[in-house]
Design a protein around this ligand. Structure first.
Ligand SMILES: Cc1cc2nc3c(=O)[nH]c(=O)nc-3n(C[C@H](O)[C@H](O)[C@H](O)COP(=O)(O)O)c2cc1C
Length: 297
């Protein structure tokens, strides 16, 4: 038996064909009795997304060893759009943290949510390293800051000096410019070969950030920590990042030491409404420009 393990309870099946319609890989078909099935040869195309289990009105489909009765029911008990917008509007990058651990229940909630983040082709192979206690974070911080300090104090025009730019002196003066005193950190890495490698970790951390906000936990996307991890391979060992994986991104988190009084007022983006147009064939130069500017840069 394959690990897809697509099982239909024929007594329960109402032959509606919704599973066939909703299958992202288009491999479910209905047999002559309108019972869904997947051909042996097609099983390898299954993304294991479990949409068939989720869409079935009768709870007749089990897949990947999952019993539909163990699934949470979609009861439309969703937060209102105002609540979701408020969560988004009031999120802020937090650069000042309490030097204390989050409680275990909050950490558990944050970690348990991660599996719901979507990935390209449902490639569920992200690697997540979490620093769960402030002591470990302090050790990590010391090693990273110490090594970067050595680079920066050489005062040569190395790329790293450039990257730290205006923060260089503050860093040398001992300010925790990279980790901002955060007690926790989550690092998402991704197999180099994953179909949507550059995007999956970012989506996961975006979910993480908003859920953290709902739990009263502050976060900071941390480009500097990403640079540090790329420059100091020993740090990747410290975080147990497997061979064949590359760093996706880094986020710091913990209880904020600040309380914002109001939302910011960011400018609108340029937004152009696309109009129906005649299909226009590009000449060679226009094509080159498109490829070059949009894809190759
Ligand atoms: C991809 C990314 C990387 C970032 N890296 C850092 C960083 O290394 N250090 C830092 O202090 N802020 C970092 N930030 C925070 C941005 O400066 C911040 O999002 C921006 O100023 C807007 O502020 P807000 O997040 O409070 O709305 C980063 C943000 C993003 C999205």
């Amino acid at each position: 038996m394959s690990d897809i393990n697509f099982i239909v309870n024929k007594e329960k099946c109402i032959h509606c064909g919704l599973c066939e319609k909703d299958c992202g890989s288009s491999i479910i078909e209905l047999n002559e009795e309108r019972i869904p099935q997947i051909k042996k040869d097609d099983e390898k195309y299954c993304m294991k997304c479990q949409h068939c289990l989720a869409i079935c009105p009768a709870g007749a489909i089990s897949v990947c060893g999952k019993n539909p009765e163990d699934s949470d029911i979609c009861d439309n008990n969703l937060p209102t759009d105002e609540q979701v917008l408020s969560l988004i509007q009031h999120r802020k990058s937090i650069r000042s943290y309490r030097h204390e651990n989050l409680d275990k229940a909050t950490l558990y909630k944050l970690k348990d949510m991660l599996k719901y983040s979507p990935t390209g082709c449902n490639n569920h192979t992200l690697h997540i390293s979490i620093v769960e206690d402030v002591e470990t974070m302090d050790k990590f911080r010391d090693v990273a800051n110490g090594t970067i300090n050595k680079f920066l104090s050489l005062n040569i025009s190395a790329p790293i000096t450039k990257k730290f730019g205006k923060y260089r002196q503050k860093f040398l003066d001992g300010e925790d410019i990279i980790f901002r005193g955060a007690p926790h950190m989550i690092v998402v890495s991704v197999p180099v070969s994953a179909p949507c490698a550059p995007v999956d970790p970012i989506i996961l951390l975006s979910y993480f950030e908003l859920y953290a906000q709902s739990l009263g936990v502050g976060t900071l996307w941390c480009g500097f920590a990403e640079i540090a991890l790329k420059l100091i391979p020993e740090l990747c060992e410290y975080l147990d990042i497997p061979d064949g994986y590359k760093i996706g991104y880094v986020m710091l988190f913990g209880k904020s030491d600040l309380k914002y009084q109001r939302a910011t007022q960011p400018e609108d983006y340029d937004m152009l409404q696309v109009q129906p147009k005649y299909y226009y064939k590009l000449n060679l130069w226009e094509k080159f420009k498109r490829y070059f500017w949009n894809s190759l840069r």
